[in-house]
Design a protein around this ligand. Structure first.
Ligand SMILES: [Zn+2]
Length: 437
């Protein structure tokens, strides 16, 4: 049995309850006991003085690729969830583009079983919209939801056929479930290697226009409006997409959207030098797009920050730019990069935690995102000040494909709890008696 934990001198931030105050929080029997000032704690409670560090609802990353089953040389559910908790995430939602594709209850159950055995972050499988992600025949939404899937997406690939997407959005209404759109018009993105613009011209690389994303976002928003199905736009990367989502929300369309830290941290300039660790889909865009993404987070047009954690082995990344795989890892850099938005004064700490915890929980309809009394004690403790250098050795992910390797970053998780149990505790806050190391 875990001893009760009393966190003192914490900056407690919980946007679901409009909390941002300095105080104490008690964890008992795996749930949140109470929060406030000078709490009465049980005699045997372990007191952990947080010295002003942040105590927030466990972060939830609603868009990761765990690569298992099928590509265990890139990442496994065990290493991916280890990276998650080290990044402050108590839960991740994993995309279905595995081998085989998660388009059946059997694969969903396999993922959940592996996650249970890994006993790190909670894993919420996202099942495919279409069988084999081929874009033709819808999967059995009811069976997949019963098996534990929390949403549907063909992420990695767009649903090319608008009629199929329409049916998916109609069908999903029966279950009040969610469709997540990987918005890409493949005829416009075909053969593209980076954002289409000044830099692609100078590097002589075939570009992907912003319109390749925007046409698809617009199509899926129109289909959501037509059907009333719940739609979430994945990895928004352009100014135009932000504007389409903003206008649709103003009309009352049932849509939400996410972006990834790289879209508000980097631009297409990162590709200069044919840097394969800056190659991803959608591609890094322009400074104007980057600022529009930040504006979208600021005014709530973009609901969530998700990493699109996409591990790839050295073979797939340390090669010619044309041949390199798309995507970067993100679980262990998201907190630091996202904190930059708070440090720069773009958004408040509370807005940040909303984007990284409360909103993903609400959008996916999964538990978490709150520190209310009686809730499971899924908690992230974040030191927003600590400065560290991102190295291969420091990463828990099996892959190292990050454009931030070697960079000095600020802010990271120092303790992650699930059900009140420490799943990441490198400083031994929960395992050593006070005063001993
Ligand atoms: Zn995608």
């Amino acid at each position: 049995m875990m001893r009760p934990l009393l966190f003192t001198n914490a900056r407690i931030i919980d946007p679901s309850q409009d909390w941002d105050f300095s105080g104490e929080l008690l964890v008992k029997d795996g749930v949140i006991g109470a929060a406030g000032q000078s709490l009465e704690a049980p005699q045997d409670a372990r007191v952990i003085d947080l010295e002003g560090k942040w105590l927030v609802p466990g972060l939830i990353d609603m868009h990761v690729h765990l690569r298992e089953p099928g590509e265990e040389y890139k990442e496994t559910i065990e290493t991916g969830t280890a990276a998650a908790v080290a990044g402050g995430f108590t839960a991740v939602a994993c995309m279905p583009n595995t081998r085989p594709v998660n388009d059946s209850a059997g694969v969903t159950q396999f993922i959940l079983e592996k996650a249970r055995r890994a006993a790190k972050a909670r894993v919420f499988p996202i099942a495919a919209i279409t069988l084999g992600q081929k874009g033709e025949q819808l999967t059995e939404f009811g069976d997949l939801l019963s098996a534990g899937a929390v949403a549907f997406s063909d992420d990695g690939l767009p649903v090319r056929n608008a009629r199929v997407m329409r049916h998916a959005l109609e069908y999903v209404r029966n279950f009040d479930a969610l469709i997540i759109s990987h918005s890409e018009e493949p005829e416009l993105s075909r053969g593209g290697l980076m954002n289409e613009g000044r830099v692609s011209v100078s590097l002589g690389l075939k570009g992907i226009p912003a319109a390749a994303e925007e046409v698809a976002v617009f199509r899926d928003v129109a289909l959501a409006e037509l059907t009333g199905g719940r739609l979430h736009i994945a990895h928004v990367s352009t100014r135009g997409s932000v504007e389409i989502v903003r206008r649709a929300k103003a009309r009352g369309v049932a849509i939400t959207a996410e972006t990834a830290p790289h879209y508000f941290s980097l631009t297409e300039e990162a590709v200069i030098g044919y840097n394969t660790s800056a190659k991803m889909y959608p591609p890094l865009r322009t400074e104007e797009d980057r600022m529009a993404i930040i504006e979208g987070l600021k005014d709530g047009t973009i609901d969530a920050i998700a990493t699109d954690h996409a591990p790839h082995s050295v073979i797939e990344k340390e090669c010619e730019f044309q041949l390199a795989a798309n995507g970067i890892i993100g679980l262990e850099t998201s907190v630091a990069l996202s904190l930059n938005l708070v440090r720069s004064g773009y958004i408040s700490a509370s807005q940040l935690i909303r984007c990284m915890s409360s909103s993903p929980s609400r959008i996916l309809g999964v538990p978490g995102g709150s520190l209310a009394t009686g809730d499971p004690a899924d908690i992230s403790i974040i030191d927003p000040e600590v400065v560290f250098t991102l190295t291969r050795e420091s990463l828990h992910s099996m892959s190292h494909n990050s454009p931030f390797l070697g960079e000095t970053l600020q802010g990271k998780a120092i303790l992650t709890l699930i059900d009140g149990r420490p799943v990441y505790d490198p400083e031994g806050n929960c395992s050593h008696p006070p005063g001993q190391q």
